[in-house]
Write a protein that binds this ligand. Structure first.
Ligand SMILES: Nc1ncnc2c1ncn2[C@@H]1O[C@H](COP(=O)(O)OP(=O)(O)OP(=O)(O)O)[C@@H](O)[C@H]1O
Length: 236
């Protein structure tokens, strides 16, 4: 190790993760033995054909589902064996989620939608609103703070959803087709704003996507095939 360098604990590690679903007499092995290390500041694209298990893997990494076997470490600590209450706290404090459809609250403004997350986590109102304003401004939405979702374009709505996921500075951000609902030009703009922001925040990001143009902009591409994770060569 070089002088002044510190070893960085991975934001999240999946070790030997398996997930099988049993329906009647039939068992489907969706994830067979997944090893994945996510480091702060690293953006990983998770690819694979429809049904390959991308969403299943995100659900497990997001502590929303339990692996059938294997370990999950968050910031170096086992979290898969923790109580449901501890997992909920860890999810709120350390994980952020962005989905294809944004699920913004229709009766709240952009600013309120984003500020709610830190407020629910116990932040005071002025600090939460300031954090929300800062991140929305970083995403180019300073002129849209007081608009409700219905008065925003699709790309703007998705940027609000991204702001909401990032406002508490999660250690890990899990995104499932975050630009899948947008036209190509809007998707590219939203993605660029999103990548600039997460690179500045040092958050580990995993993005499940079918979009090769999106995947090529990340630091690393992994692909799920027959339940196993393959590292794809650099450059996609
Ligand atoms: N709760 C469940 N019960 C039974 N089977 C399930 C369950 N959840 C997922 N599966 C199966 O696991 C496999 C992987 O599904 P998953 O949604 O993770 O794929 P995906 O790669 O995200 O697909 P897509 O790109 O279409 O969203 C599919 O065959 C699916 O039917």
């Amino acid at each position: 190790m070089m002088a002044g360098e510190t070893t960085k604990v991975p934001a999240m590690q999946l070790k030997g993760v398996e997930r099988r679903f049993t329906q009647g007499s039939r068992t489907v092995e969706v994830l067979r033995h997944i090893d994945l290390t996510l480091t702060g500041g690293e953006i990983v694209a998770l690819t694979g054909v429809s049904g390959a298990g991308k969403s299943t893997l995100l659900q497990i990494a997001g502590l929303l589902d339990h692996p059938s076997a294997g370990e999950i470490l968050l910031d170096g600590h086992r979290i898969d064996t923790a109580s449901e209450a501890a997992r909920t706290v860890a999810r709120r404090r350390h994980l952020g989620f962005v989905y294809q459809f944004h699920h913004l609250l229709p009766d709240f403004t952009a600013l309120e939608n984003v500020a709610l997350a830190p407020m629910i986590a116990g932040g005071d109102v002025p600090a939460s609103r300031k954090a929300a304003e800062d991140i929305l401004t970083a995403l180019g939405l300073s002129e849209r703070l007081h608009h409700r979702p219905a008065a925003l374009s699709g790309g703007e709505q998705q940027r609000v959803a991204i702001a909401r996921a990032l406002v508490r500075h999660p250690k890990v951000l899990l995104a499932d087709e975050p630009t899948g609902n947008l036209d190509e030009a809007t998707a590219a703009r939203v993605l660029d704003a999103f990548l600039d922001l997460v690179r500045a925040q040092d958050v580990a990001v995993i993005i499940a996507t079918h979009d090769q143009a999106l995947a090529r902009k990340t630091d690393r591409i992994v692909s799920l095939r027959e339940g196993r994770l393959h590292q794809m060569p650099a450059g996609g």
